[in-house]
Write a protein that binds this ligand. Sequence first.
Ligand code: Q46
Ligand code: ZN
Ligand code: ZN
Length: 316
Amino acid sequence: MGKCKICGSPGFTYVPEYKGYLCKEHYSRFIQAKVDRCVKRHGLLRGVKRLLVGVSGGKDSVSLLHILSHLYRGRIEIKALFINLGIPVYSAESMQAAAKAATLAGVDIDVVDIKEEYGFTIRDAAELFLERKISRPPCSVCGTVKRYILNKYAVEKGFDAVATGHNLDDFTRFSAVNIVTGMVKDLVKQVPREDSIHPKMATRIKPLCLVSNEETRKYVLANDLPVVESSCPYKPPPRKLSSLIAGKIDEIEGEIPGFKAMFIGNLWSKILPMLNTPREQLRECELCGMPSSGKVCSFCRLRETITEAMSKERFL
Ligand code: Q46
Ligand code: ZN
Ligand code: ZN
């Protein structure tokens, strides 16, 4: 292992941008500077005084909290939110990691327990799906639940924006799949900042949008951050199209360093501005009052389906 190009101490990892090695400290500073540049270039914290960070205990969100706290604590208020999804073993371990990460970052953390708040867990949803009593797979239920709770918590507690840990690889993979499958509605959401379009919708930001999977993995190692070791038992094998595309994108990045950033940068600056997609018209859900495109929001519809299926089970 070579020496750090900046300070000469033992190198931690090779960094293509430096054409050489960096030590743990300078590697961490390099990643933090990358996030700071992205935040400034895309105005991610424009108008944001209070920021809610969704922390799952995974490497991306734990790195995100550490980086944001390092860069902006004291200038804006930062709070972490962990959502207890009730997934056996995994949720308890994730909560421990998230709590430790928050302590390390010097940030308060709150927990929303979906069983306590809404009467079901992702485990319940997974079992109902296996028994063919609901049609949505656990990850689809989980995604709707997480989005809804993060937004609701932020709006009710007066946060200006919600930050999540989507990274460069998530952006490139989702965008390429959306292009190939023609999912323009989803493609236009692959941006660093989605402004609020409803009084009950918080602005969403993704400050790790130019930091890769490999970089957050190394950031965790360099800073000895606590992350959940187990993986979610409901994680499905990756879809064939998605994993093939991700593999090819990795191959190209290996040949042409900076390819992923170029792809996503051109998408943001040249392609998305040409797409004339009308903004979604939102009203308030008749059941919960949160933003919805129909009479009842997707979360309330989902909750009704699950609780109905659970109560039928009880009477069998
Ligand atoms: S927690 Fe939830 Fe993930 Fe588990 S059920 Fe799927 S989405 S895999 S990141
Ligand atoms: Zn150094
Ligand atoms: Zn609702």
